[in-house]
Write a protein of this length. Structure first.
Length: 353
């Protein structure tokens, strides 16, 4: 079991009777498996920092910067961080670090101390290597998490983050029910063409202002604890529908604006036994439409349920996810990145003189 403190569900975990939008939890519903959520600070900072290159070299300036700037010993360091890699549709390899700060003031000091790296990258514009940062400052009522208590991932890797048994899990609609803000706000996204996006000239440009209520999910699973029999079952029955689901989310009609299907690594890029997706959806509704109504997710859900029924308490698969609904005023930065990176196809980027 993880070392995270255990607490009772806070009042904010329950949809009050006065809420305009009541939860979808069926009356008297009891989940087959109790899942846990993180007790969040008033505002959580989640930073995604990445590099892309046709051929990512071990002495990449970004990798050196990330090892130093995000080390636990660094001043105002994040409370936890994780590394992952993937190759995008354009053939670029990405190394991505996601870091968490429970104190926005600590993040602000850290960011100010490391601004020079980003300014230097914009100034150098090295051929073939781009860097980006997608930083969210998320109020607790716009975030939800779900974990297994015996496998830490994401924010849960911070041992000081308390966990509580969520009252909303195990049924369709539970994700929205875990979002306190959804009690009085439908969290509708911006009017946005979710087609293929445009190919914009991003040379000399850097900042993208992200519309309110874009929805972000980090969704992960690990095969670290699987014996040979359960690993073979995973590869045969669950991995194929997962891959098909990720392929669908890479298409324009899915409502997913950006998908990174990543293998977790150490800080130098050596793979670890976990995969996760980071996906930006045009809205929470678009995310739900896939999760509740599309055949590719139904196949994933069906394979997972069949696995739980077959293995019961001995099931060795572990999963976690975090969802953030982007507040107004967030700015992402892409420096020397190809035009299909992140949210660049959907929003104009601004020059920074």
């Amino acid at each position: 079991m993880s070392a995270n403190p255990r607490v009772d569900p806070p009042p904010s975990a329950y949809r009050p009777a006065t809420a305009r939008i009541q939860p979808r939890k069926p009356e008297s519903f009891v989940p087959a498996v109790q899942r846990w959520s993180a007790l969040l600070p008033p505002t959580l900072v989640v930073g995604t920092f990445g590099v892309q290159a046709r051929s990512l070299v071990p002495d990449s300036p970004f990798l050196g910067w990330a090892r130093d700037a995000l080390a636990p010993s660094a001043a105002d360091a994040p409370c936890t961080s994780d590394h992952a890699r993937h190759t995008d549709a354009a053939g670029y390899t990405h190394h991505v670090v996601v870091a968490y700060w429970r104190d926005p003031a600590a993040y602000a000091r850290w960011a100010a101390a490391h601004e020079g790296f980003w300014d230097a990258a914009a100034e150098a514009r090295e051929e073939g290597e781009g860097v980006y940062r997608e930083v969210l400052s998320v109020p607790a009522d716009r975030a939800e998490t779900i974990f297994w208590p015996d496998y830490p991932g994401g924010l849960m890797c911070d041992a000081d983050t308390p966990l509580y048994p969520t009252p909303y899990c195990g049924y369709y609609g539970a994700m929205r029910d875990r979002l306190p803000a959804a009690g009085d706000d439908a969290l509708a996204g911006p009017a946005l063409d979710t087609g293929a996006g445009a190919t914009r000239d991003t040379r000399g440009r850097r900042r993208v202002r992200v519309p309110q209520n874009i929805a972000v999910i980090r969704s992960a699973h690990t095969w670290q604890f699987m014996d040979a029999e359960q690993r073979a079952d995973y590869e045969r029955r669950l991995r194929p529908p997962l891959d098909r689901g990720m392929a669908y989310l890479s298409t324009p009609e899915s409502g997913c604006l950006s998908l990174r299907w990543l293998t977790v690594t150490d800080e130098r890029g050596a793979p670890r036994p976990e995969a996760h997706a980071t996906a930006y959806f045009a809205s929470l509704g678009h995310m739900e439409a896939w999760a509740e109504g599309h055949r590719t997710h139904a196949a994933i859900f069906g394979a997972a349920v069949a696995r739980y029924k077959h293995y019961g308490a001995s099931n060795q698969l572990r999963t976690w996810h975090e969802v953030f609904i982007i507040p107004e005023g967030q700015v992402f930065e892409y420096i020397n990145c190809h035009p299909q990176t992140g949210l660049l196809p959907y929003f104009d980027s601004e020059r920074v003189e």
